[in-house]
Ligand binder design. Structure first.
Ligand SMILES: Nc1nc2c(ncn2[C@@H]2O[C@H](COP(=O)(O)OP(=O)(O)OP(=O)(O)O)[C@@H](O)[C@H]2O)c(=O)[nH]1
Ligand SMILES: [Mg+2]
Length: 312
């Protein structure tokens, strides 16, 4: 509870620029319009699109808002605020089953382009799972970037979990092979695999992921599979484009959206979910080990609009 409160507060702080970007504009529409008309809806629409929520989500939200206004016979623009908040929440419900891997024997492949926060997120996730009493092993399958292994080793030490690595330049699939053997021998609950971010070229990426996937299928068929794409929240629409590209070459089961602290583009969380149907499962709001949390639509939208969640 203590920790959750702290995180919500940090989330509220982290989203302050996004809030300034979206909510301030919306509030001025709610107070500036005296009646609910087409202009009113158009202005809200524009702010949501500018706030990186994406065309899909925005259209759905506006349609939903219109239906609710009609149904509840609402006349005052100011009364629309809560309806709008509810509509945004409905766009991004992740559902109960999203975190099944946490309670199963599982292997989590963490992929994403250069510098988005893969290694950091693997480290944070390891810390979280370890705190839940899980036996976690890390696979340092980024053998490309110099010092990537050392960086992950630091995280393994911080989280208090084991790590399996390979030499720089060695085959990432071989590292995964060794890590699977170790996960089996040590009866690990979760094997987290960090990967290299430089494979921006689609063909290389597909080859490498294909190889890793074949190792996992062959050597560890009993493990529940999770493939998470890490996206940098500060890059807005670019993050959405990356998610789309990865979804074309891998069976993505979820997104980790990082660097939501201090970005004005936090609305992208809504867009990713709505445009691609891929749930945002975790969000990062800082560089330390506690700065990763499960994504909770209610909490996120409350933080965005700075309304208190009753339970917190
Ligand atoms: N502010 C902030 N910084 C973050 C967050 N997540 C990661 N970072 C920072 O982003 C930088 C890159 O993080 P890495 O974890 O090394 O990213 P990566 O995807 O592994 O990078 P490559 O392995 O080079 O592809 C580091 O300085 C991290 O501290 C976050 O949620 N908030
Ligand atoms: Mg890395």
């Amino acid at each position: 509870m203590e920790e959750k409160k702290g995180f919500f507060k940090r989330l509220v702080e982290g989203l302050s620029k996004t809030r300034a970007n979206i909510v301030a504009g919306i509030d001025s529409i709610f107070s500036g319009f005296s009646s609910i008309d087409d202009d009113f809806y158009e202005e809200i629409e524009e702010i949501l699109v500018m706030g990186d929520l994406g065309i899909n989500a925005t259209t759905a939200i506006i349609e939903d808002l219109k239906a609710k206004v009609k149904e509840q016979k609402i006349k005052e623009p100011s009364e629309c605020k809560q309806l709008l908040i509810d509509s945004i929440k409905e766009q991004m419900d992740v559902g109960e089953t999203a975190y099944e891997f946490e309670n199963k024997q599982s292997v989590v492949l963490v992929i994403g382009v250069n510098g988005v926060g893969k290694t950091t997120s693997v480290g944070k996730l390891a810390g979280k799972l370890k705190d839940q009493g899980k036996k976690v092993i890390l696979a340092a399958a980024d053998t490309f970037r110099a010092a990537a292994g050392e960086q992950l080793t630091e995280w393994a030490n911080r989280a208090g979990v084991d790590i399996i690595g390979g030499q720089e330049g060695s085959d990432p699939a071989a590292v995964v092979y060794d890590a699977v053997a170790s996960a089996k021998a040590r009866h690990a609950d979760v094997l987290l695999c960090d990967t290299a971010g430089r494979l921006h070229n689609k063909k290389n990426l597909m080859n490498e992921l294909g190889k890793i996937n074949r190792v996992l299928e062959r050597e560890y068929p009993e493990a529940y599979r999770e493939t998470l794409v890490v996206l940098d929240g500060t890059t807005g629409q670019n993050a959405l484009a990356q998610a789309r590209e990865f979804s074309e070459i891998a069976d993505i089961t979820g997104i980790i959206l990082t660097k939501l602290d201090g970005t004005a583009k936090g609305g992208i969380a809504v867009a990713i979910h709505s445009e691609l149907g891929i749930p945002v499962k975790y969000i990062g709001v800082g560089e330390s080990i506690d700065d990763l949390q499960k994504f909770n639509a209610d909490e996120f939208v409350n933080a965005l609009f700075n309304v208190q969640t009753p339970a917190n």
